[in-house]
Ligand binder design. Structure first.
Ligand SMILES: [Zn+2]
Length: 501
């Protein structure tokens, strides 16, 4: 479980941006230089994965039931996923984007020499990559000593780009290494003739957006209609997970508001930054607001207007998912086998490569392939709890048995290994050795903020409330106001517009 910090607030990993998977990368980069470097997360990341088909599969996790289900193979070729710029990707990762042959050389301009752009590619290391890109052995050695301590050579990835510039005499004048839009390193030839390395400062522009909208078919579609990315669905789902089930309770006509920073580089959207405040209102979901507040520069969380953290000690959903494809059900009729097979966990459909977080602080008790579970991580937590994360495409690098993990630490990535018909996370929870429903069990209230912060928090909330109130909701065609307690026939708008199983 989380340790309370000195101000009494449950210690969460900071959530400064929607691109949370980048956080560790950012931290590493900012240690090298004090600018925030980060890989680009496509805004349409979740959106691109929405259409992935996931058939529910049913089996017990790790127990004998897991292997007793003789599930016939289901032909379900999911549509191709968009390539993700995955910061933790391994060099030999099969998902690595294809290496394209780029033009060998292009002139820089009038009598200025040449400039070559090459991907890092499949080279086994930095030096071989430099040589493959046309550097001499001596040049490669000079570049390595110039960039040593500036960039981390072990973090080179096939998709990264290298730029080699030469003067008219063919001498190396400048080298650039582009790990992402914001992580760029260079080595320049000084007048003395030596190469000097540094990180290129990339200014990030922050624009505060205040947007609102009315949900017609899904929250994701409504966000897009408001000019925002579907990735922000995850913020709503995660923040209001105790109060709102976006898969079953959202109705056409419900509204949302959001205040979020957009971070841009050269006018292009890089990612979303801090989500300052969000609101949902609806017939069945009620009215909810949450406010981002930082109790220290690297420690923030969402709170309700009274100062209570929206999350308890657990992440009830240990990933940003597209939709819940199968709930916990000890007596569920298997749709294919047509007999009752317990489903000892919750299935969250999400794209391959979606980061999976530890639901709470704990210790790794298992990491590796395990039968029908595919690649499995199991964690032991305080008070007799265990969590299980199955079907992963791969594990977080360095994750090993007996390792300690913190809440929201990435432990693996969504996949479809083992008995699975499409990419999803099977999330199982045991209490004292028995499977229990994570959605019901991990639903405790969050803690109150420490009194020391309340004054500043209240002032901030007052301003944010005013800012939220000022967001005009577009007038929409009158929604037939269905009577309360709509019947089963009333279509549910889901978080992502996909029908649930
Ligand atoms: Zn499952």
């Amino acid at each position: 479980m989380s340790e309370p910090s000195d101000d009494g607030v449950v210690k969460h990993r900071p959530l400064p941006s929607v691109g949370i998977p980048l956080l560790r990368d950012e931290v590493r980069a900012s240690r090298v230089r004090r600018i925030v470097g980060a890989s680009v997360v496509g805004v349409g990341l979740l959106g691109a994965l929405i259409s992935v088909l996931v058939s529910p599969e049913l089996w017990g996790l790790g127990g004998s039931a897991a292997d007793s289900v003789d599930e016939p193979p289901v032909a379900a070729d999911p549509p191709p996923l968009h390539e993700l710029d995955e910061p933790e990707a391994d060099l030999d990762d099969l998902d690595a984007p294809p290496v394209e042959e780029l033009p060998a050389e292009e002139p820089l301009g009038d009598g200025e020499g040449t400039r070559v752009v090459r991907p890092f590619g499949t080279s086994p290391g930095f030096r071989p990559a430099l040589v493959a890109a046309g550097c001499t052995g001596a040049e490669a050695d000079q570049l390595i000593s110039a960039l040593d301590g500036v960039m981390d050579f072990r973090r080179c990835r096939p998709s990264h780009e290298m730029v080699i510039e030469r003067d008219l005499d063919g001498h190396l004048s400048r080298f650039e290494y582009r790990a992402s839009t914001t992580q760029i390193y260079e080595a320049r030839r000084t007048v003395e003739g030596t190469l000097v390395g540094s990180q290129v400062e990339v200014p990030i522009e922050r624009v505060r957006l205040r947007r609102g909208g009315t949900i017609q078919s899904s929250l994701g579609t409504a966000l897009e209609a408001a000019g925002l990315g579907r990735t922000l669905v995850g913020v709503f789902v995660e923040t209001f997970e105790r109060e709102v089930n976006f898969n079953t309770q959202t109705r056409a006509g419900d509204t949302f508001r959001i205040i979020v920073d957009e971070e841009r580089v050269g006018g292009e959207l890089l990612r979303y930054g801090t989500v300052h405040a969000i609101e949902v209102r609806g017939q069945r979901v009620g009215a909810h607001r949450a406010f981002w507040f930082e109790t220290s520069p690297d420690h923030g969380d969402f709170f309700d207007s009274t100062g209570r953290a929206v999350h308890g000690g657990w992440l009830r959903t240990p990933l940003r998912y597209d939709h819940l494809s199968s709930g916990f059900d000890p007596r569920r009729m298997h749709p294919i086998l047509r007999r009752i097979v317990p489903h000892n966990g919750v299935d969250y459909a999400a794209g391959t490569g979606t980061p999976v977080w530890a639901a709470a602080d704990g210790v790794v008790t298992f990491v590796g392939p395990r039968g029908a579970n595919g690649n499995l991580v199991s964690l032991r937590h305080e008070n007799g709890y265990e969590t299980h994360y199955a079907h992963l495409s791969r594990f977080a690098s360095g994750l090993a048995r007996d390792a300690r993990v913190e809440q929201r630490q990435i432990i693996g990535y969504v996949g479809s290994t083992g008995r699975s018909t499409g990419p999803h996370l099977h999330f199982g929870l045991k209490r004292n050795g028995r499977f229990v429903d994570p959605q019901a069990e991990l639903n405790g209230p969050g803690r109150m903020m420490g009194a020391a912060h309340l004054g500043r928090f209240r002032r901030q909330v007052r301003d944010l409330e005013r800012e939220l109130d000022a967001i005009e909701l577009p007038s929409t065609p009158a929604v037939d106001s269905a009577p309360e307690a709509p019947s089963e026939a009333a279509p549910a708008a889901t978080a992502d517009g996909e029908p649930t199983d």
